[in-house]
Design a protein around this ligand. Structure first.
Ligand code: SF4
Length: 409
């Protein structure tokens, strides 16, 4: 019986017979909510139906990893039929490390007045952008702390000056928590702030600072950042203004499994409400909490215990739970090359950026690095053809004059 199987005629994949046996699911107070079976859920997923929180959790907990990855891989093939694995060259540059949000997982920020506090000046941007172009990049991922004195004018002036000097450089910049912070400083609205930033040169809005979009979690790890609803509202506003965005999830800390699924469903709902002609969330990027020397680890003893299997399950379930988001990115920076390569066989279709510079996640222990040559080698090693892209997921040619960055840190 255990080895018996049948062929799903519609989707042409083999389902072990064991998975069609109904199973009861207990989620709250050991109360039976309803019964489910894996085969029915696989079929719903393959039909691009929205799975409920309970159904997603059931799959995550009960499905054999190989089956979960198989279904996610089939969905990836439908969503991204070209079969290539895309990647990007950009540079994370920080506007300032001054921050009053006090996130307990962040080793990057400094409080106002700290001896190591800085605000990046134009000569530094100039040098970093010139290097970025030499190394083949076309974009800055420009983010920083919640500086208590830097308002809209500062960011608008910075973006304008960069665009004036480097009109071809794209600015993937800030994130909903920074937009919320600027809005508060200016006593303005999200819409007004986003319109002004877009006019000044913002090309797209990263899905930064999402962590887990549940306020219980946010109060524990990032109390000074905007709440879950404000994060979602800002993204919806950006979609209405046709600003492309991405969404992220940082997991493996104080959240429950159920809260991860709440997060996925909230992201999916915002994407469902985007105007029909807006691109909305172009990608979803789940990544694991990096714990080295963080307050969460030192004071509260919270460590990232995510195993490679759990990460692969999250990638696969992200593909399954988010049928309205086309690109799922593997986070090689946090899980390393091999696990990220496996994720490409279980729902992920994108390897993200080589990140010519990254200071925030690396400060909490993410040790991995790629150059433009080694990322392509890693994608090929995983069995895929690499394809350079831009932030809009449009393909780019690798520049003819490109220098390989020397990774010495
Ligand atoms: S993660 Fe961002 S908002 Fe939080 S403390 Fe660090 S710099 Fe500030």
């Amino acid at each position: 019986m255990a080895n018996a199987s049948f062929l799903c005629m519609k989707h042409r994949f083999v389902v072990p017979l064991a998975t069609i046996v109904p199973r009861k699911v207990f989620i709250k107070d050991r109360k039976i909510i309803y019964t489910m079976n894996l085969a029915t859920l696989y079929k719903k997923a393959m039909d691009f139906e929205f799975l409920s929180l309970e159904e997603g959790m059931f799959l995550f907990q009960q499905a054999p990893l190989t089956e979960l990855m198989y279904v996610a891989n089939e969905l990836r093939k439908k969503q991204v039929p070209h079969g290539k694995v895309t990647w990007q060259i950009d540079r994370n540059v920080n506007t300032t490390n001054v921050c009053i949000a006090n996130c307990k997982f962040c080793n990057f920020y400094r409080i106002p007045g700290h001896a190591e506090a800085y605000i990046t000046d134009m000569p530094t941007y100039r040098k970093k952008i010139e290097e970025t172009i030499r190394w083949g990049g076309d974009q800055l991922l420009l983010q920083g702390g919640h500086h208590p004195e830097l308002g809209l004018q500062f960011y608008a002036d910075t973006f304008r000056q960069i665009k004036k000097e480097f009109p071809n450089i794209k600015l993937h910049t800030l994130g909903p928590p920074e937009v919320a912070h600027i809005t508060k400083l200016e006593k303005s609205t999200h819409k007004e702030v986003l319109v002004a930033l877009k006019e000044a040169g913002m090309d797209s809005l990263p899905g930064a600072g999402a962590e887990i979009l549940v306020d219980r979690v946010r109060r524990l790890i990032s109390k000074g950042k905007c709440g879950a609803q404000e994060w979602l509202d800002i993204m919806h506003e950006a979609h209405k203004l046709n600003i492309t965005t991405s969404a992220t999830m940082m997991f493996g800390h104080v959240e429950t499994l159920e809260e991860r699924f709440e997060h996925l469903i909230k992201i999916r709902e915002v994407q469902s409400r985007k105007p029909a002609d807006a691109k909305g969330f172009l990608a979803f990027i789940p990544w694991t909490f990096q714990d080295v020397d963080t307050l969460l680890a030192r004071i509260r003893g919270v460590h990232n215990l995510t195993t490679p299997e759990e990460y692969l399950r999250m990638i696969a379930i992200s593909r399954i739970m988010l049928p309205n988001i086309k690109n799922i990115q593997a986070s090689w920076l946090t899980v390393g090359k091999q696990t990220a390569q496996l994720a490409l066989h279980g729902g992920a279709n994108d390897f993200g950026s080589i990140m010519l510079e990254e200071n925030v996640v690396s400060a909490a222990g993410a040790p991995h690095r790629f150059t433009y040559k080694s990322i392509q080698a890693a994608i090929r090693e995983a069995g895929f053809e690499p394809q350079l892209r831009n932030q809009q997921y449009e393909w780019r040619e690798i520049p003819q004059l490109i220098e390989e960055q020397v990774v010495d840190y």
